[in-house]
Design a protein around this ligand. Sequence first.
Ligand code: NDP
Ligand code: OXD
Length: 314
Amino acid sequence: MTRILFYLEEYSHDIWRDAFHAIDPTIDFRSYPDWGDPENTTEDTYSLVWQPKPGLLKEYSGSKVTFSIGAGIDHIMRDPNLPDHIPIVRMADDGLKEGMAEFVVMSVLMLHRGMVDLIDAQSRKHWARIFAPAASSINVGIMGYGALGQKCAAALKPLGYKINSWSTSPKAAEDGVTHYQGMAGLEDFLANTNILVGILPNTQETTGLLNMETLQNLPKRASIINAGRGNLIVIDDLIKQLDLKHLSGAILDVFEEEPVDKAHPLWEHPKILITPHIAAVTRPKTAAEYVLRNIENYKNGRPLENVLDLKRGY
Ligand code: NDP
Ligand code: OXD
């Protein structure tokens, strides 16, 4: 009998259990702390976790695969005692991709149509008629052209936006998309981007990539969305570029410190909207389908999808 060891704080586990049982009622779904004796971990046991207690995965090292409830794995890698023989599968189910595309389309439209300024104007009872350019004159630059970035591009293209992508490896030619790669391509990518969308993982290479100097490479009045990880942006530099009016606005979903400290200027800056890391919250139904499909892959000796590559860090 397939056993799933589930760890997620602060949310109801029932909808997760129900999502698995709707597909296979025989699944032995165990919510932490009721995982049972680690000595009795069966051959058919897998864990599905978000921010697991450090040391827990080592204690249950008989589990065959660790599934991350999110696409990011920083919440697992912070554990210094992680067992190194268990593969980690990153979430890439359809629900997560759809959620991110919804958030990014909403945010691009908000920045394009001046909503950050309109919200500020309303708070001052100011009648601010903002005239927006055509979508076809706006380049949306997606930093991180993986599972989520590509889904966002597919959702933005029909609205008329032109897309730039930035990634590590070359990408196949695609209508309406200009691809840029690596540090050599970063300056051109930024110079040709009006609305920048960050959907990068948290790695050494992505840390502090957007700083005073690189933000200066964006055209005047460009704006920023960050829905990847907070490490990407040096926040004080972003605030400076907004105050200097080089940049026109930002919508930020992820931060180095979450929740954001109540005293932080981010809460009150008139050109910044913040959301509490909700761009794409994993949806149990599609996540359960994804996990069970990969458990079948594992049992049948087929490759697992989206396995963490420790060398790349994502
Ligand atoms: P993928 O692994 O599918 O894609 C990552 C992309 O980033 C790839 O295109 C990769 O390039 C690119 N990349 C990584 N490092 C670099 C670098 N140094 N320089 C240039 N490009 C780089 O990940 P996902 O799309 O599934 O997820 C991306 C991130 O989004 C997650 O790691 C997570 O942190 C965040 N996230 C945030 C959520 C939220 O609610 N705010 C929800 C879900 C995810 P290449 O294609 O060449 O490998
Ligand atoms: C994720 C996230 O990594 O929710 O999926 O941030």
